[in-house]
Design a protein around this ligand. Structure first.
Ligand SMILES: [Zn+2]
Length: 382
């Protein structure tokens, strides 16, 4: 005997049964479903044109109700959807088309969303891969080549600077920074300081040159503030941010070529260091990293890292006061200085033991007579 004749598992719920589910079977007879159960003598008859269909989410059951008696509710096994006579009956087919049409629409939305999500994951993944590729290429550059690059870059940059060599500031600066620089993890890279006349600024070159201006020394009140700036710059050197920025700037195809053995191409790019601005304006990603690592070096050297917050605040104030004429400063080129400061403040709050730092007795070395040189420097820069 076929299932159509045997009927399909079903339940009915009606106030007459105290709203409890009564088990029975649905049998299709002509254009009506007949509900039969052992507990009831006369069966319910649900004409198909009166049937309201609702597909349940779990897919095993479908709900049916009677338009004429809304409190009469049925559930029937979804196996009934395999019965041609049922699904082809016009009132049922219309409802099914509507419900399935809506489901198809939802399915398409889901597919589009999944596609979008996949695209975002892919974009994130490829930028992650790109950063990883850049770092691994940059790690492969020898210290020797880094120093050569730094020498060449410095020769190009020199003419933009007003170097002050006849002062005793440089040995003082080196002595003050020595404990900090000992905490910076670089191999075969000697840090050297250079002093240039000019408004507050500092930057570093591959190979370990750190250039500070007389204006910076003038602005910094405590050795902690000055060392924070040095720590930030030394992190740019340790992370080889200049190389990372140059390689990343060449694009992914260039990177793939180097990774697949095209070393000459990289050497060509590194053979011609660019002018000053390439070392002053790092992307925010590198700036944040230099802040974070500089902070770590300071803590490791037992130098109070709060100096970094103070130094950035001072630089921000100078930048605001000087406006446009400060455009050449590495710190003026950091548009999200406020966000960096917020982040550093949070770091300070989270520091487990914000004491036990060294008491630094060396004063910040100052350059006398700097003011006379500033107009000359501004002319040179613009
Ligand atoms: Zn920086």
């Amino acid at each position: 005997m076929s299932e159509a004749l045997q009927g399909f598992d079903a339940y009915v719920c009606h106030p007459q049964f105290g709203n409890e589910l009564v088990r029975g079977r649905f049998v299709l007879v002509w254009n009506a479903l007949r509900f039969e159960s052992e507990s009831r003598t006369s069966p319910f008859v649900l004409p198909l044109e009166m049937a309201l269909l609702k597909l349940e989410d779990d897919g095993d059951w479908i709900s049916l109700s009677d338009r004429r008696q809304p409190d009469l509710q049925f559930q029937v096994s979804s196996a009934i959807l395999e019965l041609d006579l049922f699904v082809r009956a016009v009132p049922i087919r219309r409802q099914l088309e509507k419900v399935l049409g809506r489901r198809e629409w939802m399915r398409r939305i889901k597919v589009s969303l999944l596609f979008l999500l996949g695209f975002l994951v892919l974009a994130w993944g490829s930028s992650f891969l790109m950063a990883w590729g850049v770092r691994s290429v940059v790690r492969g550059i020898s210290a020797q080549r880094e120093i050569e690059f730094g020498d060449k870059a410095f020769r190009k940059i020199e003419r933009h600077l007003v170097l002050l060599n006849n002062t005793n500031v440089l040995p003082q600066l080196a002595a003050l920074s020595a404990p900090l620089l000992a905490a910076v993890p670089v191999k075969g890279i000697p840090f050297q300081f250079y002093l240039s006349a000019g408004p507050p600024n500092a930057f570093a070159l591959p190979g370990g040159r750190i250039i500070v201006t007389s204006g910076l020394l003038e602005l910094m009140d405590t050795p902690e503030q000055l060392l924070a700036v040095v720590a930030h710059e030394s992190a740019h050197v340790a992370q080889r941010h200049a190389f990372q920025q140059i390689i990343a700037g060449q694009g992914p195809i260039f990177l793939m070529e180097i990774l697949s053995g095209g070393q000459d191409k990289m050497l060509n790019v590194l053979a011609f260091p660019s002018e000053l601005l390439a070392y002053e304006s790092f992307s925010q990603k590198y700036e944040r990293e230099a802040d974070a690592l500089g902070w770590e070096y300071l803590v490791k050297a037992r130098i109070n890292p709060h100096g970094m917050i103070e130094a950035l605040k001072k630089l921000r104030a100078t930048e605001a006061a000087a406006g446009e004429s400060q455009r050449g400063s590495a710190y003026a080129s950091h548009p999200d200085l406020d966000r960096r400061l917020q982040w550093l403040e949070a770091k300070w709050q989270a520091l487990p033991h914000p004491n036990g730092f060294l008491t630094l007795t060396n004063p910040v070395p100052k350059v006398a007579g700097d003011r006379r040189l500033e107009p000359l420097l501004i002319r040179l820069r613009t």
